[in-house]
Write a new protein. Structure first.
Length: 380
């Protein structure tokens, strides 16, 4: 393939290159169409392991396959599906679904051109849509490692944010290079140097040590929220001399949301939220921010009676079962074993009303495991 990404070659015998999307020290990324599947659009990532000799390349491919295997196990609607791993000569490729839509960087630039930025409600909604994705990833031992407005796409199909460009994909190459004895950081033939984290979005601990953890994702998500909220870049929101964030000098938000954001981007990792679920809970204390694409508020509100109701005799209990059908907003467990929304296990002495305010989209890259720590090199 030439520098424009145009080529008569078809990796895997089926993927026709349309154009180059990006390039860096880890390789190139192309938009391709699957000629064996109705010209469906895909993303083709080409990686250069920077090793010489067939034996070394075979070993690199084996390591690449081992490291990349976890990508195929991911199954979340807000994560592009990984399709296959390819080898063409001395090159290795990963194929994944193409997500059509603007990045949040594009959306922010459009608003800034009109003198606008994202509102507090929009940013809170975005957090509530992304936190379940992180909860899912962290729950299976994966850290994204490179969250920023550039790596979030607002999907045209449903308006939901999708996480793209996992650093774990790049981490595959880093681990292969490391195990093959290629020095780090690596400088490409074009002179581009890979760095430990995305400057401004990754915490200093990640940049300096190369170790990634779930709290690093939460930090980067917090910085992303601040950038969208203020329309300013991280360097304008952080005072390096005083080593503190000054984003509140640019915009005012509710005290509760400000507390959540400050805790997300605190420099002390021990003070950050311990999980994405904790952030969701804190946001719901601030306000039941509504997800406009789901039509539900984020967390349920359960109302317990001050005192338990008196025991009911069986005839009156049967009357309650019939009456409950007339009150659609009550979940009333009944002694007859069912309620308006399904079966119940309540007894005649256990009655309560629950107002359902909503249900969170609960579901809890990269390369973090509870018992294993690795470095993450991503292109700045």
């Amino acid at each position: 393939m030439d520098n424009t990404g145009q080529s008569n070659q078809r990796p895997g015998g089926r993927y026709r290159v349309l154009r180059q999307l990006s390039q860096g020290g880890f390789g190139h990324t192309y938009l391709v169409e699957d000629t064996h599947r109705f010209q469906e659009l895909c993303v083709l990532r080409e990686f250069n392991p920077q090793v010489e000799g067939k034996l070394a390349l075979d070993k690199a491919q084996m390591l690449f396959e081992q490291e990349a295997s976890i990508l195929y196990q991911l199954n979340h609607p807000q994560i592009p599906r990984f399709r296959e791993l390819l080898r063409e000569g001395n090159r290795l490729f990963l194929v994944q679904d193409y997500v059509e839509g603007p990045t949040y960087r594009d959306l922010l630039n459009r608003r800034k051109a009109q003198g606008e930025h994202f509102s507090e409600t929009e940013v809170a909604q975005l957090l509530m849509q992304l936190l379940p994705v992180l909860q899912y990833l962290h729950g299976v031992g994966i850290v994204h490692g490179d969250i920023s407005p550039d790596n979030l796409i607002q999907r045209n199909a449903d308006g939901r944010p999708v996480l793209i460009d996992f650093s774990g994909v790049k981490q595959v190459v880093v681990n292969v290079r490391y195990q093959m004895g290629v020095p780090q950081p690596y400088q490409s033939s074009t002179g581009e140097i890979t760095r430990l984290g995305r400057v401004g979005y990754a915490p200093e601990t990640q940049i300096e040590s190369g170790q990634v953890s779930p709290s690093d994702d939460l930090y980067a998500l917090g910085v992303t929220a601040l950038v969208l909220l203020t329309g300013q870049e991280p360097e304008a929101l952080y005072d390096s001399r005083q080593q503190r964030w000054v984003w509140s000098d640019h915009i005012g938000v509710s005290s509760r949301l400000a507390e959540v954001l400050n805790r997300l981007v605190t420099l002390d990792p021990t003070y950050r939220f311990g999980s994405a679920g904790q952030v969701m809970a804190a946001l719901n204390l601030a306000s039941p921010y509504r997800d406009p694409t789901s039509g539900t508020v984020s967390m349920p509100v359960r109302i317990q009676p001050a005192t338990p109701p008196p025991p009911l005799t069986p005839p009156y209990a049967n009357h309650c079962c019939r009456a409950a059908a007339c009150i659609p907003w009550l979940l009333l467990p009944s002694p007859c074993g069912s309620n308006l929304y399904g079966s119940a296990t309540a007894t005649p002495n256990s009655y309560q009303a629950i107002v359902v305010a909503g249900m969170p989209a609960s579901s809890g890259w990269f390369n973090w495991h509870p018992n294993r720590r690795r470095s993450a090199l991503v292109v700045a």
